[in-house]
Design a protein around this ligand. Structure first.
Ligand code: ZN
Length: 758
C-alpha cells in the first residue's frame, strides 16, 4: 500500500514521494521513496516546511463544530486557509481543508516552516468574546479608521494651518483638473502661493501617512475602550502565540548570544531559549511577520514566538543586554545614515493604502542594509540577489574567495520590495523593469566608504536580478604579505625599483591582478613620485595616487587616459588593462621615454604574454628594451588554519605532485622525495570557515624577469616553447611549480592548485 505525499522543503523545493513507514509528529525522520527515481531515503523533519498527505481514499472530512479556520503562511511563501483542531505536538500541527473537494487529505506543518498563522476571526470578535469590548463599539472605530485612510493632505492642512478652508478647496479643485497627466500636488501649490511653508506640508504628509497606518487596536486604546494588555491577549489569541510573563522567565545565555543588542533594540524582541537550532523569542507585536523574517535571516535559526507587553520586553532588554559595544554602535550608525541622509526615498503617492510590503517599509530598508553590510563584513566580492520563479523565495548568494555560495533566502513576499529598494538606493528607475540598468551605492561611516557597483538584469518570469560588486573592499597588501616565494619577492622588488620600463601582471578575471599592481604601487608611492592610474572601475584607493575612472560608454577609454597622463607630468603610470594594440603601443612608448608603466593583460602565462604582444603588432625591439618583467598570477583557496589536518602523503600522492611539477625539475630543485619527510594538510571544515575547509586565498606566481638572455630572444622572435625553456633555464618557476611549492609548504592542496593552474 502506497501513501503518496508532497514534501515541501524549507528551501522551497517540492518532492513527490511515497511514505514507507507511518509518520508521527515526534519522529525526527521520514522514511520515503522518491517518485521520480524509486529509492529509499530518509528525510529529516527539520529540513521540511510541510508534508501534504495526498491519499484521500475512503476518507471523510471530519466535521467538527467550533474548529477554527486559520490563515497559514509558510516561510517558503505558500499560504493556505485551513481548519486547525486543537492538538499538542512539539514539532508542528495538522490542518485540514475546509471542504471535501481539496486535492489533499491534510497537511502537517512544521513549526519552523511557519511564517505567520492567524485565526480568520476579526479581532473585535475575540475582544467581545472575552467581554472586553461592547458589541458594536467596534463600528465607530472602523469608521474612524476608514476616515483616516482616505483623508486628503488638503484636509489636514485646513485643520492645522491658518489658511482659510475655502482657499484650500479652490486650489484642490485646480489640482484635480490638472493632475490627470502631471503630478501637481496641493502642497506645492500652497507653497508656490506663499500661503504655507514646506515644513508644514511635510508635517501634514507625515500625519497623513501615520493616519493610514493606524490599526484598529491602536484606535481602540486611544479611545479608552480597551487596555494595552487586553489588546495583546486578543492579538496573541488571533496569531496563535502564547502570552508569557517575562518577570518569571530567565533567558538562557545561548539565546541572548544569538541576537545582538542592536538587533533586539531594532526589532523590539527578547530571545528566551535556544535548543536544537530553534530560537524562542518574545515579541509585543504578533501581527508583524517581518520580525520573524528578519530573525530567521540574521541567525539562520528556526524561530518561534511568544507574546509579552512592550514595556516588559524593553525592561528585560536593558536588564540582560546593558549597553551596546562599539562595533555594534558603528553598524547602527551606518544604518542610521543610510536610511535617512543618504537615500532619496520616493514620496508615497496620495492614493496608496499601506497593505502590502513596500520598498519604503522600514523592515525592508533594514534588511537590505544588513545584507550589504553582512556581505561586506564576510569579505564577499559580489552579492547576488536572485528572485525565484512564482512563489519561490529570493536567494542571496555571496561570492567569497572566488566561489559563490547561498548566504540567505528571503520569503517570496519580499522579492519585489527588496529589488526595488536596491534600485532606489542605487538611484535607478524603479518603474523600468524590462531593461538592464547600472548604478552605484555608497555607504559611509566615519572610518571608511564602501562602494557597491549595481547591475540589475530582467530575468524570466517578470523578475529582476541584482548583482552588487563590492568595490574599495580590498586594501593593497604589503609586498611581503602577497605570498611570493623569497626568490620571487626579491626579483619583483628589484623590478619595481627601476626608474623606467614596463611591468605586466597577467591572468584571468578574478586572479587578483589589480590588487597586486596596487601593492606594487604602494611600494613606490612616495611624495617624490607622481603616480597616475586609469582603472575600470577604481577598486582600491590609495592616498598619494591620482586615480582616474575610465568610462568607455562616453568614449573615455584607456588609451585616451594614457595620452592625457603623458601630458600631465607623470613618473609612474598604471593602466588598468591593455585591451587593444593602440593602448599597448602607447604604453611601450611611455616606458621607453622615462616612465615606469604598469598594466595587466588577460593572458595565461608569463611567456605566452610576450609572444601574444608581439603577435598583436608590437615592435619586438622596442618591446624587449621596454620590458622589465611579466608576472602571471592565480589565486588558490587557502586551507583553513583552524581546522586543516596534517597527514603524511602516500607514495602515490607524492608521485602525483612530482608528475605535475615535472619530474626532472622536481629533482633539480632539490624537493623532498621521501613521503616520511613531508607533511601535507587536508581540508576538514569548522565554524570559522563555514564548513568548507578553506578560508581566504593564496597567490600563485610565475615571474619572468626580462634578463639580457630573454631580451635577446624576444628581439629574435623566439617561439613560445623555446622561450619557456629559456625562462626555466633562467630560474623561472611556472605557475604549477609555484603552486606545488605552496602545497608542500602546507598552504593549500592539489585540488585547489589544479583548479587554477591547469
Ligand atoms: Zn575551518
Amino acid at each position: 500500500m502506497k501513501h503518496p505525499l508532497i514534501l515541501k522543503f524549507l528551501t522551497g523545493r517540492e518532492e513527490q514521494v511515497n511514505l514507507l513507514r507511518p509518520f508521527h509528529p515526534r519522529d525526527k525522520q521520514l522514511l520515503v521513496e522518491l517518485l521520480r527515481c524509486p529509492e529509499e531515503i530518509s528525510v529529516p523533519l527539520e529540513e521540511l516546511c510541510y508534508i501534504m498527505v495526498l491519499d484521500k481514499s475512503g476518507w471523510q472530512l471530519p466535521t467538527k463544530e467550533g474548529e477554527l479556520v486559520e490563515h497559514i503562511e509558510t516561510t517558503t511563501g505558500d499560504s493556505f486557509d485551513l481548519r486547525v483542531p486543537a492538538q499538542n505536538y512539539k514539532s508542528g500541527f495538522y490542518a485540514f481543508p475546509i471542504d471535501q473537494k481539496a486535492s489533499y487529505r491534510n497537511i502537517f506543518f512544521t513549526l519552523h516552516g511557519i511564517r505567520q498563522r492567524r485565526e480568520e476571526r476579526p479581532l473585535s470578535d475575540i475582544l467581545e468574546e472575552h467581554g472586553w469590548l461592547q458589541e458594536n463599539a467596534i463600528d465607530e472605530v472602523l469608521d474612524e479608521q476608514e476616515k483616516l485612510r482616505t483623508r486628503k493632505v488638503g484636509e489636514i492642512l485646513a485643520e492645522k494651518s491658518s489658511v482659510p478652508t475655502e482657499k484650500i478647496e479652490e486650489l484642490a479643485q485646480q489640482t484635480e483638473s490638472v493632475s490627470a497627466g502631471s503630478k501637481v500636488r496641493i502642497g506645492d501649490l500652497l507653497i508656490q502661493a506663499g500661503l504655507i511653508s514646506r515644513e508644514e506640508v511635510e508635517e501634514a504628509l507625515e500625519a497623513q501617512s501615520k493616519g493610514k497606518k493606524k490599526r484598529v487596536g491602536e484606535l481602540l486604546i486611544e479611545k479608552g475602550l480597551i487596555t494595552e494588555e487586553q489588546l495583546l491577549m486578543a492579538l496573541s489569541a488571533k496569531f496563535r502565540m502564547p502570552v508569557v510573563d517575562l518577570q518569571t522567565i530567565i533567558p538562557s545565555p545561548e539565546a541572548l548570544d544569538a541576537l545582538t543588542h542592536n538587533m533586539v533594540m531594532q526589532l523590539k524582541v527578547l530571545p528566551l531559549s535556544l535548543e536544537n537550532r530553534h530560537l524562542t523569542v518574545a515579541t509585543s507585536d504578533p501581527t508583524d511577520p517581518t520580525i520573524g523574517d528578519n530573525l530567521r535571516f540574521f541567525t539562520n535559526l528556526s524561530v518561534d514566538f511568544v507574546a509579552a507587553p512592550a514595556s516588559e520586553i524593553q525592561e528585560a532588554i536593558e536588564k540582560h543586554y546593558g549597553r551596546s559595544d562599539d562595533g555594534e554602535e558603528q553598524i547602527a550608525d551606518l544604518i542610521g545614515e543610510l536610511s535617512s541622509a543618504q537615500i532619496d526615498v520616493e514620496e508615497e503617492s496620495d492614493d496608496m493604502i499601506d497593505s502590502s510590503v513596500s520598498e519604503t517599509d522600514s523592515q525592508i530598508i533594514t534588511l537590505v542594509n544588513q545584507v550589504l553590510l553582512d556581505g561586506f563584513r564576510k569579505g564577499a566580492s559580489d552579492i547576488h540577489f536572485e528572485p525565484g520563479l512564482g512563489n519561490q523565495p529570493l536567494q542571496i548568494r555571496y561570492r567569497i574567495d572566488g566561489i559563490c555560495a547561498v548566504a540567505h533566502q528571503i520569503a517570496n513576499g519580499y522579492k519585489r520590495a527588496m529589488i526595488s529598494r536596491i534600485k532606489i538606493i542605487a538611484k535607478l528607475d524603479i518603474a523600468e523593469r524590462r531593461k538592464p540598468q547600472s548604478g552605484k551605492i555608497i555607504m559611509r561611516s566615519d572610518r571608511r566608504k564602501i562602494e557597491f557597483r549595481v547591475e540589475t538584469t530582467p530575468t524570466a518570469g517578470g523578475q529582476e536580478d541584482a548583482v552588487l560588486r563590492i568595490l574599495s573592499s580590498s586594501q593593497p597588501l604589503n609586498i611581503g604579505e602577497m605570498g611570493f616565494t623569497e626568490s620571487n619577492r626579491q626579483k619583483f622588488t628589484e623590478m619595481l625599483e627601476k626608474p623606467y620600463g614596463i611591468i605586466l601582471c597577467v591572468g584571468p578575471t578574478g586572479s587578483g591582478k589589480t590588487t597586486t599592481l596596487h601593492s606594487a604601487l604602494s611600494h613606490i608611492n612616495t611624495p617624490e613620485r607622481k603616480i597616475w592610474t586609469a582603472e575600470d572601475p577604481v577598486e582600491i584607493t590609495q592616498p598619494g595616487l591620482r586615480q582616474v575612472q575610465v568610462n568607455p560608454k562616453i568614449g573615455f577609454t584607456f588609451d585616451q587616459a594614457l595620452r592625457s597622463f603623458l601630458r600631465a607630468d607623470p613618473d609612474v603610470i598604471m593602466i588598468g588593462e591593455m585591451r587593444d594594440p593602440e593602448t599597448a603601443k602607447i604604453a611601450i612608448e611611455a616606458s621607453l621615454t622615462g616612465h615606469l608603466v604598469f598594466s595587466t593583460l588577460h593572458t595565461n602565462s608569463a611567456t605566452e604574454t610576450v609572444v601574444r604582444l608581439i603577435e598583436m603588432g608590437l615592435d619586438p625591439y622596442n618591446f624587449a628594451n621596454a620590458l622589465l618583467g611579466v608576472l602571471a598570477q592565480r589565486l588558490a583557496r587557502r586551507l583553513c588554519k583552524q581546522c586543516c589536518k596534517a597527514y603524511q602523503p602516500l607514495p602515490a600522492e607524492l608521485e602525483q605532485l612530482q608528475y605535475y611539477y615535472g619530474r626532472s625539475n622536481y629533482e633539480a630543485h632539490g624537493l623532498p622525495k621521501d613521503p616520511k619527510q613531508i607533511t601535507l594538510y587536508r581540508a576538514e571544515g569548522c565554524s570559522a570557515c563555514n564548513k568548507t575547509g578553506y578560508r581566504g586565498r593564496i597567490a600563485v606566481h610565475e615571474l619572468l624577469p626580462a634578463t639580457e638572455d630573454i631580451r635577446r630572444a624576444i628581439k629574435e622572435n623566439i617561439l613560445l616553447e623555446d622561450l619557456r625553456d629559456l625562462a626555466l633555464e633562467n630560474g623561472m618557476h611556472t605557475l604549477m611549480m609555484d603552486g606545488i611549492g605552496k602545497i608542500l609548504a602546507g598552504h593549500t592542496d592539489l585540488e585547489q592548485i589544479l583548479r587554477v593552474c591547469m
